[in-house]
Design a protein. Structure first.
Ligand SMILES: [Zn+2]
Length: 344
């Protein structure tokens, strides 16, 4: 169910605009006879204007449409999110065009926001179907190549993984009609004193206004700040996020905090290096003392043995003088002892 249709005279008409974007009243196309031949901008099948029971205006394919038309395969929730984003963009004072194709047909933006002076464009994409990280990054790059900023939005309860890959948010529909949708994931502020990112919530119109006006920017979380905490269903949960929508103030605060942490780490490393140096110096001094003690003990030992050797030498000399007599005595005494065996 597209919000846009191709009018035979006016080109694209947009059911979400009061004048359909072409100076035309809804009553001029809705339930008029003969029918205005409107065509689907995606598959060219014939469309007829329709109004939902809540008063939402849209276009509906006539029976027999091609099954591959992406616009008709998008869910009601997808269309409602596009509508909310378009309304928020218009409330912020920018133009919003729905289902805008690229000139070369390589992409189609769900909602394209344009500044009044026409110098800035930002695509708002409602992404409900599964998409790989590579695909969503490639689609983001295609917008960037044309100077178009982008924000992806998911309304699923489970936050998609790509929230950390591309500029993105998770949005929550309101409990009550007339209440705004809420951006409840993907938006954060950096708390300098705590040294970490903190989840923030904002009403979708407020978020869209801030993002369009550059008060919120996509920013990467530095590696040491990727862990974040959030209470989910009464339980504290630890999550990882490597990209946020945040304020320039928070971007600066994260950088200042990182610089402070690096200074602290450098100072700590220097303290440790000094301590290590002192310990090594103490070891060196102890080794020197031990070596001196060893040398001195060796010297004492040498002197001691020198004395002993000298004494032996003296004793040897003295002994040599006495030895001949003693030897004679001992030689002559031995046989006499043997001979004396058996004597009384
Ligand atoms: Zn179609």
């Amino acid at each position: 169910m597209p919000f846009t249709a191709l009018h035979p005279d006016l080109g694209r008409v947009d059911a979400t605009l009061p004048d359909l974007g072409g100076g035309l009243a809804w009553s001029q196309i809705h339930k008029v006879r003969p029918r205005i031949p409107l065509a689907c901008p995606e598959c060219s099948w014939s469309l007829h204007p329709k109004v939902s029971r809540y008063g939402v205006r849209f276009f509906c394919h006539d029976p027999g449409r091609p099954p591959s038309c992406e616009l008709s395969n998008e869910s009601w929730e997808h269309h409602m999110l596009k509508l909310e984003m378009a309304a928020a963009i218009r409330a912020a004072g920018w133009y919003a065009a729905l289902e805008v194709p690229a000139e070369d047909g390589s992409w189609r933006a769900d909602v394209m926001a344009s500044s009044v002076d026409g110098k800035q464009r930002m695509a708002w994409e409602a992404q409900l179907s599964p998409i790989t990280l590579d695909d969503i990054a490639a689609r983001t790059d295609r917008h960037s190549d044309e100077g178009i900023r982008v924000c992806w939005a998911s309304p699923h309860d489970q936050t998609p993984q790509w929230i950390s890959t591309v500029p993105a948010v998770r949005v929550r529909p309101p409990d009550e009609r007339e209440q705004p949708w809420i951006v409840d994931d993907g938006l954060a502020g950096f708390a300098f004193s705590a040294g970490r990112w903190m989840f923030r919530e904002a009403a979708l119109p407020q978020f869209v206004r801030w993002a369009l006006h550059g008060q919120l920017v996509p920013a990467l979380s530095l590696p040491r700040y990727r862990k974040v905490y959030r209470v989910v269903d009464g339980k504290q949960r630890r999550l990882r996020r490597s990209q946020w929508w945040t304020s320039l103030q928070s971007v600066g605060d994260q950088e200042r905090h990182e610089a402070m942490r690096q200074r602290q780490e450098t100072a700590k490393a220097e303290r440790e290096a000094r301590l290590k140096e002192r310990e090594e110096e103490a070891v060196r001094r102890r080794l020197v003392v031990e070596e001196q003690e060893r040398v001195s003990r060796a010297e004492e030992s040498r002197i001691h043995w020198e004395k002993i050797r000298r004494r032996w030498a003296e004793e040897m000399r003295a002994g040599r003088r006495r030895r001949p007599r003693r030897m004679r005595v001992s030689l002559s005494s031995r046989p006499s002892r043997k001979r004396g065996n058996g004597r009384p």
